[in-house]
Design a protein around this ligand. Structure first.
Ligand code: NAI
Length: 334
């Protein structure tokens, strides 16, 4: 199969080549898929995309016209693909449903630890030979309450990690996980109750019409003063300007984020010579109690290996006329 890999990054190409071992003809390009770049897929059977690519209605229609039959995502989240449009034109879509929930949950925990113990500020001071300890006070995580919003694959690992720190874990999800209740004594509560009781809130739900800007000023007003909010899920799950206002007022004590609502226009490229003209991002970046990583929670050897192997597996299935169990339909809801 001839496959065009959009948004190919140098670090992932060796993993994809190794998993492919010459089976498919892979072509790597740096550009993201969009309605403008769809024409690059002329002559390809399949395209592979990541989270910054946009397979909207128009793009999907163009891909179909150019002869593309398959889209395989190198991500869990698929909010960037119009599945209904793809199904209408018979383009089959698959994702990597689980490549390493550990990578993401451990990154969420890393953001939390760094914010709580002010590691970035502390390291900055030490690197300037400033050993003053003022304003570096954090809190013990032991016995604190952590609210996990979305207790699926990643949220489950986060539950285990936080339980290991001695935290009480509250969960909010549309379906409860009996094993988490038994193993880690997680208590499922409504979202507002989770907000009222949690010292730390970590988001692990998919972005969809129900979760878009779920964390807005009304929900934030229910949170404890000084709560630490961690978002490694999708940027648009939070209403960024409401979160900035809450960071300013001290309602939110700190924010750790690996995702940002306008990240498609900013992340994944060196923009140091042409700083993005994005006021929300500039405000967040300027705040000492905000720690931002550029959607790199998935960057572990294990995750990259699994992403590559599942991507090639999806292509293998289609190439041999089979369905892959990773196929997505417009009814999948996330
Ligand atoms: P998952 O599907 O295993 O878990 C999602 C959980 O959210 C499920 O338990 C589901 O019932 C729950 N949920 C869905 N809609 C909900 C709603 N409206 N209200 C409450 N709960 C709801 O997914 P997984 O693997 O845990 O990933 C979660 C999200 O993390 C992905 O959708 C993706 O957007 C994001 N992600 C981010 C990465 C990064 O590099 N920063 C990498 C991988 C995933």
């Amino acid at each position: 199969m001839k496959v065009l890999i959009y948004s190919a990054k140098g670090f992932e190409i060796p993993y994809l080549k190794k998993a492919n071992s010459g089976k498919h003809k892979l072509t790597f390009i740096e550009e993201a898929l969009s309605s403008q770049t769809a024409e690059k897929a002329v002559g390809f059977d399949a395209v592979s995309i990541f989270s910054a690519d946009e397979a909207c209605f128009i793009t999907v229609e163009k891909l179909k016209d150019f002869g593309v039959k398959y889209i395989t995502l190198r991500s869990v989240g698929h909010d960037n693909v119009n599945l209904r449009a793809a199904s209408r034109v018979n383009i089959r879509v698959a994702n990597v449903p689980a490549y390493s929930p550990f990578a993401i949950a451990e990154h969420a925990a890393a953001l939390l630890l760094a914010l709580n113990r002010k590691l970035i500020e502390s390291n900055y001071r030490v690197s300037h030979y400033n050993f003053n300890l003022d304003n570096l006070v954090g809190m013990d995580l032991n016995h604190k309450t952590v609210g996990i919003v979305g207790t699926g694959k990643i949220g489950s690992v986060m539950t285990k990690i936080m339980h290991g720190f001695g935290c009480k874990v509250l969960g909010y999800d549309i379906k409860e996980d009996a094993q988490l209740k038994e193993q880690f004594q997680i208590d499922y509560v409504p979202l507002l109750e989770l907000c009222q009781k949690s010292d730390i809130i970590s988001l692990h739900i998919p972005l969809n019409s129900d979760t878009h800007q779920l964390i807005n000023k009304d929900v934030i007003s229910e949170m404890k003063d000084g709560v630490i909010l961690i978002n490694t899920a999708r940027g648009s799950i939070i209403e960024t300007s409401d979160v900035i206002a809450a960071l300013r007022s001290g309602k939110i004590g700190a924010l750790g984020m690996d995702v940002y609502e306008n990240e498609k226009a900013i992340f994944f490229k060196d923009r140091s010579q042409n700083v993005p003209d994005d006021n929300l991002f500039i405000k967040l970046n300027a705040m000492p109690n905000v720690l931002i990583t550029g959607h790199h929670a998935y960057l572990t050897n294990e995750a990259l290996t699994n992403i590559a192997e599942t991507t090639i597996y999806n292509l293998d299935c289609w190439d041999s006329g089979k369905e892959t169990e990773n196929e997505l339909t417009d009814l999948s809801g996330s």
